[in-house]
Ligand binder design. Structure first.
Ligand SMILES: [Zn+2]
Ligand SMILES: [Zn+2]
Ligand SMILES: [Zn+2]
Length: 282
């Protein structure tokens, strides 16, 4: 049993049983919905997940025949999906307690080039057969860009291009990033603030700033809630959720930061440096 919440705390839930399955999904739709390299989902039967607040703040976006995605309208965090089936899909990034670890990596064929899948979990190119979930057509995997690197949200309303060289990218495990992305960790790339140009849908962007944070803000598409680049005027940088990139940015995350706050259900399986708090140069 565990309790969970979105970033702003409006939407809260509790699970009443152990999940019967748990996957890391590397499909492009999950990358965009979470702004990360992969989403993690715990599966529960009907009646095993209970909302404890904020159901009036939940908005929906149908991303495929199989899946209607849910998120908080205030902060954009992905919240559990209750689908037409009798299943609940819960994102443990928003959960507050430990839970068991994933069974599989799925849709590994759609993994983005900037994220390496390590570790010894079984890998599948679709949903595992025993799940009984029909497969869905994926979005193209990012390739090296000819011109500027492009990015977009899941619904396509917001598109942008990156016109300056990337400075750095980090995998961030802080509790705010985990709740904001409803994922094991965020993967963010940084460019100078003039380096992001919105091509469409800038008027569809919404932002939520954590009240007691100096900087932490989640910017997202008001239609599909995908995390979108955030322009941080004070620090002069644009923070780009890497899952929204449609092209290979060339750079790769250089480290894992704020691992003191890492989700207990997630193991870091690569050799990148790990820092308990921010990167040493910050
Ligand atoms: Zn919220
Ligand atoms: Zn997926
Ligand atoms: Zn969108």
């Amino acid at each position: 049993m565990s309790k969970g919440s979105c970033l702003c705390g409006s939407v809260t839930w509790e699970t009443l049983a152990e999940p019967y399955a748990m996957y890391n999904c590397h499909c492009r739709m999950c990358q965009k919905a979470h702004g990360t390299g992969f989403g993690t989902y715990c599966f529960f039967k009907e009646g095993q997940v209970r909302w404890t607040s904020g159901t009036d703040k939940i908005v929906h976006y149908r991303s495929s025949d199989v899946l209607v995605r849910s998120s908080c309208d205030v902060c954009g965090s992905v919240v559990p999906y209750a689908n037409e089936t009798d299943e609940h899909w819960v994102t443990p990034g928003g959960c507050h307690e430990d839970m068991r670890k994933s069974d599989y990596n799925i849709f590994v064929v759609d993994n983005s080039p900037w994220h390496t899948i390590n570790g010894d979990l079984p890998r599948h190119d679709a949903y595992p057969e025993e799940s009984g979930i029909p497969s869905v057509a994926g979005l193209p995997v990012p390739k090296k860009a000819e011109g500027p690197v492009l990015g977009s949200c899941l619904c396509g309303a917001v598109t942008y291009k990156v016109t300056e060289p990337f400075k750095v990218a980090h995998n961030c495990h802080c509790s705010r990033c985990r709740h904001a992305r409803a994922a094991a960790h965020a993967s963010n790339a940084f460019v100078s603030i003039d380096g992001v140009e919105f091509l469409s849908g800038e008027d569809r962007l919404k932002s939520y700033k954590v009240p007691d944070a100096r900087h932490f803000t989640q910017t997202f598409c008001e239609v599909c809630s995908s995390p979108m680049p955030r322009l941080d005027v004070e620090r002069g940088v644009a923070v780009i959720p890497m899952g929204s990139l449609d092209d290979d940015p060339g750079i790769r995350p250089v480290d894992h930061i704020f691992v003191a706050s890492k989700a207990p259900w997630h193991d870091i399986t690569d050799d990148l440096p790990q820092y308990p708090e921010g990167p040493p140069s910050a």
